[in-house]
Write a protein that binds this ligand. Structure first.
Ligand code: GLU
Length: 490
């Protein structure tokens, strides 16, 4: 019988969902779905010093927003619950005791500070740092003395000597690790809480995980995990380690680098679409072959394989991310993009909390002017400021247009015709512009540019009639008047 595909994403709740974590989750999810298997989210929170409150819940919320949904986790349960490691301490205890009883692990009474100091001395002597032999064998007298001193032991795994462990990795092939470079490692801290390397093995085994797809930074942990599988006589899952994500300078992406937007929540807040992020993330290391780059999640599920995951690092290109999102934004219904833009306009103070129907229609019209060109919805704020602010910001180059000789006449004529119209609609605006042409004899650029610059401050923009309509009658007349009187004063 072939094993069921069971993959997991196992974040430590140390912060927001990062691009790298989201990619790992996505690849596990896609591979599970591709093979009709299960996708599990497990929270690895045994390093309590690093835990951040609510980080697990938030990460899961953002995964869900991306459309990466799971079959088992702490929120919906599942056959191998609980899915949060701090709720599984009793389970680990049994396995720790088993290793202790079998002599495959031992209590170590040295403090972290003592071990660190010994390690430094070894490094200074040019030796490979390893736990000193005397910690491995503690006599009953020493044990009694340590306990009298109030020491509580940690549990160390006894690393087999002179062995090599081969990680058979779906992406990078066989990677061999020699135990001569490895010291006995802690599997349970003095407070009774197991370390990552131990808990991960117990859980992957008990949860019947078939494939472990995770970041390259965990590759060096894998031989230690293999030792634990071996100690229990368990079969290890198939491993696949994803190459790093580099920034555009070719350096490892650092979470502290504020020049790159790195957290899914930030993209969400800026008005990116989940399908664009998923499409972008999947190309960070996986290549479909061929030129096509646009894939829906369903299409990717049909063709995803670990064989097409790249061994070499992926480069995070934010321009491409913007391009990708623009591609998806353009194709969406205007109403949806309007709804995504509204919170940004509210935050900027451009519109009120409760929009009237007419107000909504106006905003929709304005968003419609820019839907094609926006990379993400927050950009609507600078793009649309000219529709909401009384003060026109004149582009320095554009403003030269207003010094041309025909300008006062053209603007005054346009203003007059607009005022004469009973209604203010795109049609009456068009008719007024035509009337200016007839009256003044100016046409084309000589006519449209002064009108555009005087009312928008810019030499280029979206459709002029529509823009004038959406700026609104009163504002347009005020802006025209302002330029006319400035020219008269000059
Ligand atoms: N908890 C680990 C992390 O957040 C994941 C390790 C794993 O996938 O095995 O990096």
């Amino acid at each position: 019988m072939t094993r069921e595909f069971r993959l997991r994403y196992a974040p430590s709740p140390t912060g927001h969902l990062h691009i790298g974590g989201a990619r790992t989750a996505l690849f596990n999810y896609l591979y599970a779905r591709r093979n009709g298997g299960k996708f599990i989210v497990r929270i690895e929170d045994t390093d309590q010093t690093r835990n951040v409150e609510n980080a697990a819940e938030k990460q899961m919320e953002n995964l869900k927003w991306l459309g990466v949904d799971w079959d088992e986790s702490m929120d919906i349960g599942g056959p191998y619950a609980p899915y949060r490691q701090m709720e599984r301490l009793d389970i680990y205890r049994g396995y720790i005791d088993q290793l202790l009883a079998e002599g495959k692990a031992y209590y170590c009474y040295a403090t972290k500070e003592e071990l660190d100091a010994e390690r430094e001395e070894q490094i200074a002597r040019n030796e490979t740092p390893k736990i000193a032999e005397h910690h491995r064998h503690v006599t009953p007298e020493q044990k009694a003395q340590y306990e009298a001193e109030g020491r509580t032991p940690s549990v160390h795994f006894l690393v087999p000597e002179g062995r090599s462990y081969v990680v058979n990795d779906s992406i990078r092939g066989e990677v061999t690790f020699d135990t001569s470079d490895m010291g006995d490692f802690v599997i349970c801290r003095p407070d009774g809480i197991p370390t990552y390397n131990f808990a991960v093995v117990i859980d992957d085994y008990l949860m019947k995980i078939s494939h472990v797809v995770r970041g390259e930074e965990h590759l060096s942990n894998t031989p230690r995990q293999l030792m634990i599988y071996e100690a229990f006589g368990w079969e290890a899952p198939q491993f696949a380690h994803l190459a790093l994500i580099l920034n555009q300078e070719g350096k490892k992406m650092s979470k502290r680098d504020e020049s790159i937007i790195q957290f899914i929540e930030q993209y969400r807040d800026l008005g990116f679409l989940p399908e664009a992020i998923v499409n972008f993330l999947v190309l960070l290391g996986w290549s479909p072959g061929g030129e096509e780059e646009i894939f829906s999640k369903e299409q990717i599920i049909d063709i995803f394989s670990l064989e097409r995951v790249n061994k070499s690092p992926a480069v995070f290109d934010s321009t491409k991310m913007n391009w990708m999102n623009n591609h998806y934004l353009k194709a969406k219904p205007l109403e949806l993009i309007t709804d995504m833009c509204i919170p940004h306009l509210q935050k900027a103070g451009f519109i009120e909390e409760n929009l009237s129907e007419a107000g909504y229609e106006r905003v929709k019209g304005i968003v419609g002017l820019y839907q094609e060109q926006m990379s993400y919805c927050a950009q609507i704020v600078p793009l649309s400021a000219l529709f909401f602010l009384d003060e026109v910001v004149y582009d320095e180059e554009a403003v030269a247009v207003l010094t041309e000789p025909q300008v006062p006449e053209v603007l005054a004529s346009f203003k007059k015709h607009l005022e004469e119209q009973g209604e203010y609609t795109v049609e009456t605006i068009k008719a007024s512009l035509k009337a200016v042409q007839k009256e003044t004899g100016h046409k084309g650029k000589a006519l449209f540019m002064p009108v555009r610059v005087a009312t928008t401050g810019q030499a280029h923009g979206r459709d002029l009639d529509q823009s004038l309509y959406l700026i609104g009658r009163e504002q347009v007349l005020t802006r025209l008047e302002r330029v006319i009187s400035e020219r008269q004063g000059a």
